[in-house]
Design a protein around this ligand. Structure first.
Ligand code: IPD
Length: 261
């Protein structure tokens, strides 16, 4: 059954990616959501509509949680978690780092993740127990265990001036001083996929939402990495403070985070 879900999710992510690219070519309206720096575009809504309608048609009893609309409660144990465009600020500025993220949860546990990166021609995907893939190639996390050899990623929350934003700036500086480099992709889901395939050795961010985490979590774990809360405890899809790593860097990153607080 999960294979059927995966096939539908991959086709849907691909179609959604084409739709997003089409909007980038033809232009789109952009609005703010509450804060001046939290954007939503016409393309986010259109891609979300495509994904939700397709899931509803194929799986009418499944629940759906998306970034831009009210949740849909179904009767079954399955819930789809969707970010129609993760990296909306990038997308709105014509920056190529954005993706479509589709996850399937069974009884609260993510079992499937598909992430389409249309400008990179890369699809990351994983199904619980079957490994993680980029396009047709099996991927795995890096083997780095020394900060000095690591390329790391950190996200900074939208709520500038908040305690967690201040902590993030402090951590950015600390990581930058100890590691080979620090990146901020602008898409949490891409950051997770880049940990999964070894481009990054670790990634952390405060204030994420389930649609920023769900698909990437399955992909990192199936690639041999770890995704937890920042204190190492189990991360459920409602929790916000994420630490992902290749596994070897998990304890050193937890120690680093503890030393900063
Ligand atoms: C955002 C991105 C960004 C992260 C934010 C997310 P959006 O999602 O993933 O990297 O720092 O916390 O909200 O708004 O582009 O879908």
């Amino acid at each position: 059954m999960t294979l059927h879900f995966l096939q539908i999710a991959k086709k849907l992510a691909h179609d959604a990616g084409k739709m997003a690219l089409h909007y980038q070519e033809k232009g789109f309206k952009t609005e703010t959501k509450g804060a001046f720096n939290n954007l939503v575009t016409e393309a986010d809504h259109a891609v979300e509509k495509l994904i939700v309608e397709t899931i509803r048609k194929n799986f009418p009893d499944h629940s759906i949680l998306t970034e831009e609309s009210d949740p849909i409660q179904g009767a079954s144990e399955y819930k789809w978690i969707i970010d129609p465009i993760d990296g909306t600020t990038n997308f709105a500025h014509g920056h190529p780092m954005f993706c479509i993220s589709i996850a399937l949860i069974e009884n609260g546990k993510p079992i499937l993740g598909v992430v389409e990166m249309p400008t990179l021609n890369e699809t990351f995907w994983a199904k619980s127990g079957d490994g993680a893939y980029r396009n047709r190639h099996r991927i795995s996390v890096s083997q780095k265990s020394d900060f000095k050899e690591c390329l790391l990623a950190i996200g900074v929350p939208y709520d500038r001036g908040s305690e967690r934003a201040e902590k993030s700036y402090k951590m950015l500086r600390g990581l930058y001083e100890q590691s080979r480099g620090v990146r901020r992709t602008g898409s949490a889901v891409m950051d997770l996929c880049f940990v999964a395939c070894g481009r990054y050795d670790g990634y952390l961010e405060y204030g994420l939402k389930p649609w920023d985490i769900a698909a990437g979590k399955v992909i990192v774990e199936e690639a041999g990495g770890m995704v937890t809360n920042m204190d190492g405890s189990i991360l459920n899809p409602k929790e916000e403070n994420l630490l992902a790593s290749n596994g070897l860097m998990h304890q050193p990153l937890m120690d680093f985070i503890r030393a900063q607080s």
